[in-house]
Design a protein around this ligand. Structure first.
Ligand SMILES: Cc1cc2nc3c(=O)[nH]c(=O)nc-3n(C[C@H](O)[C@H](O)[C@H](O)COP(=O)(O)OP(=O)(O)OC[C@H]3O[C@@H](n4cnc5c(N)ncnc54)[C@H](O)[C@@H]3O)c2cc1C
Length: 482
């Protein structure tokens, strides 16, 4: 007689929804607040024959932290800052510390996280697992480049300390390894010294794709951050036009009152938009524009306003760090404006040589199929030396697509056509944003050798495949079975 697996209690069953809300799965969710509890959760999973997936802040757009019918460990309660040295800028934290918690803790001492995401709701563990990037990828690399050491709880319940010398193979695999090698339980990072709570920002407009792309290399000297927004709806001579922003840290002496600008009050984001509309209800009004016609108006209006206010030459102003980086946190719940079906993001990375052609082909395809993406963001990157690395010496373009009951299939078909463009132009995908990648395309874009190495190390460090997520099962599990 087959032995029955002991059951997990139903009271931990939850629907684990992707950040973009377009997908999700039911899992047993546990929220350990100590390492001992975390170990007990591992044991419980092993006793009940379940696999474990980790969730940090739950900000990955797709299925990176779901684990259908198995266990999801939500690590947001492991959120203590355990050591801070304001002289050296070295900080040690538990994995559930958010980027927001981090910058608020160190700002008054004149430090800032060297790489931040477009939302501050992400956790340090989640950023390490995806090896996130910011608007300064071309100069500061990725999040993992600033991690000096981490501790990881392995599938066998033992702790491993990893840095660039000790357990270096695991160090380079787990950073960017999307939670597939073990659980970060403590991370040590080197932060960035700053001399003002303000950045000097310069905005300008660019009339077409070629000029928007060349702006990055024309401006990289002396810039600490570069980012471009493109009007995905423009056609003809304005195809690929956009608004670009570069920023630099103020140097010692440039800010007459650093103690004031480095205070939390000086970083506060206003509660209302233009002093009238409360931020909390903004997503509701935005919803009226989340359709093709509304987005054509918004994109055109944004470009025209940028052209009038800043022109091609640019206009300088100062802005608090938080306002510059976390624009997407300005409007709480903005994703609700996309409606019930939510959104997916399709972000790809291309080498410098092929990026412009690839971006043009992708944008053109969206226009031809009448499925323009609603928000297009371009960044410049440099290569990274982690195992699962997505950034070449080149550019990325992130595109947001609304999902509805009626267009789900058509978007899925378009994603397949976009995949072909990505393969043809030697592009890469980024798992934090992915919802549509298939195993064969992952193999083609990452390369057979890289995929084989990921699977070899998975077998070495997690031989029973104890750590799994819906992302792993969609993309890698079929490749591991081959
Ligand atoms: C509005 C918005 C803007 C964004 N902007 C950017 C951006 O500018 N740049 C960028 O790179 N990304 C960006 N992202 C994506 C986001 O930064 C990544 O998805 C990041 O990994 C999310 O962190 P999280 O803490 O929410 O982790 P989750 O999304 O919860 O998890 C991400 C991965 O980390 C794993 N994980 C989490 N904690 C641990 C742990 N302790 N040990 C092992 N594995 C763990 C999970 O299993 C999962 O695979 C953005 C997302 C949103 C919603």
């Amino acid at each position: 007689m087959p032995t029955l697996k002991p059951e997990l209690p139903d009271d931990h069953l939850e629907y684990v929804e992707a950040w973009g809300r377009a997908s999700g799965s039911v899992a047993h969710v546990f929220r350990p607040s100590t390492i001992d509890e975390l170990k007990k959760n591992f044991k419980l999973a092993q006793e009940t024959g379940r696999t474990i997936g980790f969730r940090g802040g739950g900000n990955s757009y797709g299925d990176a932290f779901g684990n259908r019918e198995n266990m999801v460990l939500d690590l947001s309660r492991l959120n203590r800052i355990t050591d801070w040295n304001p002289e050296t800028g070295i900080i040690k934290v538990e994995p559930g510390v958010t980027v927001e918690q981090l910058w608020r803790y160190v700002l008054a001492d004149g430090w800032w996280p060297p790489v931040v995401t477009g939302t501050a709701k992400t956790t340090v563990g989640g950023c390490a697992a995806m090896n996130t990037h910011g608007k300064n990828g071309f100069v500061m690399g990725t999040f993992g480049d600033h991690i000096t050491e981490f501790e990881m709880l392995m599938a066998n319940g033992r702790k491993k300390v990893c840095n660039r010398e000790k357990n270096s193979e695991l160090f380079h695999a787990a950073i960017g390894g999307f939670g597939m090698f073990g659980c970060f339980t403590s991370l040590t990072m080197q932060l960035k010294k700053i001399y003002s709570g303000h950045l000097e920002v310069e905005g300008c407009s660019r009339p077409n794709l070629a000029s928007a792309m060349s702006w990055f290399d024309e401006n990289r000297d002396g810039a600490d951050y570069l980012v471009g927004w493109l009007d995905s709806t423009a056609k003809g001579s304005g195809f690929g036009r956009g608004e670009m922003h570069k920023a630099r840290y103020l140097q010692p002496g440039e800010d007459p009152a650093p103690a004031r600008t480095l205070s939390l009050q000086a970083q506060a984001i206003p509660d209302s938009i233009m002093g009238i509309i409360p931020k909390s209800s903004m997503w509701f009004y935005m919803g009226f524009f989340f359709n093709n016609f509304g987005m054509k108006m918004v994109n055109t209006g944004k470009y025209v306003a940028a052209r009038m206010l800043t022109g091609e030459k640019g206009k300088k102003y100062q802005q608090p760090h938080a306002a510059y980086h976390f624009l997407l946190d300005y409007v709480p719940g903005w994703k609700w404006g996309y409606g019930r079906g939510g959104l997916i993001q399709y972000q790809t990375f291309f080498p410098k040589k092929t990026a412009e052609d690839a971006f043009a082909a992708l944008l053109k395809l969206n226009q031809e199929r009448r499925m323009p993406n609603y928000l297009t963001v371009v960044k410049r990157h440099k290569p990274s030396d982690f195992l699962v690395s997505y950034s070449p010496d080149g550019y990325s373009m992130a595109m947001d697509f609304r999902i509805t009951r009626h267009n789900r299939e058509a978007v899925s078909r378009m994603a397949r056509a976009m995949d072909e463009i990505v393969v043809k132009h030697h592009g890469q995908f980024y798992f934090a944003k992915d919802s549509t990648l298939r195993p064969d395309i992952a193999q083609q874009t990452m390369g057979t050798e890289k995929v084989a190495e990921v699977i070899r190390l998975k077998k070495k460090y997690d031989s029973k495949f104890f750590f799994q997520t819906d992302l792993w099962n969609r993309v890698f599990a079929p490749l591991a079975k081959k």
